[in-house]
Design a protein around this ligand. Structure first.
Ligand code: FES
Ligand code: FE
Length: 329
């Protein structure tokens, strides 16, 4: 079978590839669906995403420097400006026209939720919608991205699954949860998300008090978890006192078995707790998933008969079916 990340249908979707703040220090090299890209902020203030290969002698442009929005290649100093246009070739007579092939061919790119999103093909739809981004009662907290040695398909499968909570997350919040999963009904969750609503009792250790706002040993959570094809998952958590904690789980295929992961949090708290304290618990939970998934080799089988599933796997099975359709399988 062809490599999963090479599938042409995946090119027509938006992927978060970096935090916007990473571009402050100069060009950033990322890999999306197996393709190395350079990102930088051009003189107009727009992020440019282009193949990380100089059209002159193929040096990695991400090894260059950015000055006043212009990216200079580190090999012979060719310089690229707005929209990736080549604006200077130091070795050539300035009166000579710049060869058209010297301009970078770029990918569609936009910034949202503190992240840079790239679509290498024709976008089949919009970015995932988080309505709280525009609600002044909520604040947004971003955290660093990290590379997981795990397939994006296995990550989405995991993020849609609650049956692993008492096992993988016993060290954080999962110990208080009943292993048996209640009947799951899938539904349209609004804003382009499809998934389910449920309730869980979550362990509330000292490290979680900043997040839950409660000192009780166990807190009750009203939750919803849903997906937006191909690979984003939104998990909303509401506590008894009306506190809401919304998590956008972002998994981007670097290649078949490597992914870039970050998460974004929106909360309607009183903004008094240090953001780092808020996300520390979510980071610890993410580390538990990462440790688990890095032990599971390869991509998730997408064929209906490829895996044994039970009722608790219903959300992942629905997502897998929709992904298989998207890939024409
Ligand atoms: Fe980039 Fe020559 S390889 S300027
Ligand atoms: Fe998990």
């Amino acid at each position: 079978m062809a490599a999963f990340a090479d599938h042409p249908a995946l090119r027509d979707h938006w992927y978060a590839v970096a935090r916007s703040s990473e571009l402050d220090a100069g060009p950033v090299g990322v890999t999306l669906l197996g393709e190395p890209l350079v990102l930088w902020c051009d003189p107009a203030g727009d992020v440019v995403a282009a193949p990380d290969r100089c059209p002159h002698r193929e040096a990695p442009l991400s090894a260059g420097t950015v000055t006043d929005g212009e990216l200079t290649c580190c090999y012979h100093g060719w310089c690229f400006g707005e929209g990736g246009a080549c604006v200077r070739i130091p070795s050539a007579d300035p009166a000579t026209p710049i060869p058209p092939a010297a301009h970078l061919s770029t990918h569609r790119c936009q910034e949202a939720y503190g992240l840079v999103w790239v679509c290498p093909g024709e976008p089949a739809g919009p970015l995932p919608c988080i309505a709280q981004e525009h609600d002044p009662r909520f604040r947004r907290i971003n955290t660093e991205g990290e590379i997981w040695a795990a397939s994006t398909t296995r990550m989405v499968d995991n993020f849609l699954d609650i049956a692993h909570f008492p096992w993988v997350h016993a060290g954080t919040f999962g110990g208080a949860q009943e292993p048996r999963v209640d009947h799951i009904d899938l539904e349209d969750l609004g804003d382009g998300w499809f998934g389910y609503v449920y309730e869980v009792d979550a362990g509330n250790p000292a490290e979680a008090v900043a997040v839950t706002g409660s000192e009780a040993g166990i807190v009750h959570r009203w939750m919803s978890t849903g997906f937006h094809l191909p690979f984003t998952v939104r998990s909303t958590i509401r506590y008894q006192d009306g506190l809401e904690h919304i998590l956008l789980l972002v998994s981007t295929p670097v290649d078949d078995v490597t992914s870039w992961f970050t998460f974004v949090v929106w909360r309607n708290d009183d903004f008094s707790v240090d953001p780092e304290e808020i996300i520390a618990f979510d980071r610890a939970i993410g580390a538990e998933d990462k440790a688990m998934l890095e032990q599971v080799p390869g991509t998730l089988p997408l064929a209906r008969t490829g895996l044994v599933s039970v009722q608790a796997d219903k959300p992942s099975v629905a997502w897998r079916r929709q992904l298989a359709e998207l890939l024409g399988r």
